[in-house]
Design a binder for this molecule. Structure first.
Ligand code: P6P
Length: 336
């Protein structure tokens, strides 16, 4: 029986690029840089318990959150690799207060959460990297502007995540569908393992931090009660699954179907998750996989960004589940 040909991430990207003869190859080179940094971060994550990189780095990031050492390492690795590649003119990161200017002659902007779910590092739970790539608006060679970095999600040219779980995977889209690649450490490369990912249109999993139940909007509380109410005809009660690591919760729901919610709360009126390097990239992937991502009013990718580390409420996953939630968000009854 003919052995199945392994398609590496590099080969897949080259094949995709060949479909666009006019492309310069710069985007492919940024993927090369992200792939390299992902393998280095993967190595550090896998040995986190063995060397002194666990625990708090001591600094506090722009979000006011304690920075774990692995956060800092991951941020430095991605910046170093992308900077050395020379194909990025500016980078924004959860771990950087301001825009990180790079090659002014390059045309791509990268937005990145270098290690999301960092509170899970010390307990060996799944964590991830999330990235988003835009084409600059200002002319090449000129100074990169804040407007270059604050573009709507609909302007993304690529988005993806790395999940450091039971295996390490890269899942990404360039607008031509969603594909997943699993790291084969024996050959040191990511290999196509999940071609053309499509999220189930409906699902039985809901993901939300129920500790926030008393302080989230009434309409969302009503929807969560719906999820818990037994009804065989609609496969309820649904299953509650919440790891507290966006990439892990997102990836499970992408493959199995489900809805992930981080609503606004009384203490976080615009939610917790960041628009530019968490919600927009996940929304792009979801829409390419046939899912839906909203902020409670409209498409996440239509939100006009106003600041680098802006937070938005987010409800995303299987289209039918998000649409069911929308009936609650739009219903006047729940509001009474
Ligand atoms: P909470 C991790 O800190 C993170 O940014 C996301 O990965 C995750 O989905 C969310 O916060 C969890 O937040 O408030 O439920 O602990």
């Amino acid at each position: 029986m003919e052995k199945k040909r392994v398609i590496t991430l590099s080969q897949f990207i080259a094949d995709e690029q060949a479909k666009f003869p006019e492309s310069s190859g710069d985007l492919s080179k940024i993927f090369r840089d992200i792939k390299l940094a992902s393998k280095i971060v993967n190595r550090d994550v896998r040995k986190a318990g063995l060397v002194d990189i666990l625990g708090a780095h001591g600094s506090i990031n722009v979000q006011g959150e304690e920075v774990k050492k692995l956060d800092v390492l991951a941020n430095n690795e991605f910046i170093a690799s992308i900077q050395a590649g020379g194909d990025c003119c500016a980078l924004i990161s959860e771990e950087e207060d301001y825009i990180r200017h790079m090659n002014p002659d390059a045309k791509y902007i990268v937005a990145i959460d270098p290690l999301d779910g960092s509170s899970n590092i010390d307990v060996n739970a799944t964590i991830g990297t999330i990235f988003s790539i835009y084409r600059r608006i200002s002319p090449k060679g000129s100074p990169v502007t804040e407007a270059d970095c604050l573009q709507k999600g609909t302007n993304q040219v690529a988005a993806g995540y790395v999940i450091y779980g039971s295996s390490t995977m890269i899942v990404y889209t360039t607008g031509q569908g969603v594909n997943g690649f699993t790291l084969d450490v024996s050959i040191g490369d990511f290999c196509l393992s999940h071609p053309n990912i499509q999220i189930p249109q409906d699902g039985k999993i809901y993901s939300v931090n129920e500790g926030n139940f008393p302080v989230i909007p009434l309409e969302v509380r009503e929807y969560i009660k719906y999820c818990k109410t037994p009804d065989a005809s609609t496969n309820r009660p649904f299953s509650a699954r919440y790891i507290g690591s966006l990439v892990a919760d997102f990836h499970r729901n992408l493959l199995k179907g489900g809805i992930f919610m981080y609503p606004s709360t009384e203490t976080a009126p615009t939610g917790k998750l960041r628009l530019m390097y968490e919600c927009n990239p996940m929304a792009f992937i979801l829409e390419q996989a046939g899912g839906k991502a909203i902020d409670g009013v409209g498409r996440i990718m239509e939100v006009e960004p106003t600041e680098l580390h802006q937070r938005v409420p987010v409800y995303m996953g299987s289209t039918k589940m998000v649409e069911k939630l929308e009936t609650y968000l739009n219903s006047s009854e729940a509001a009474q």
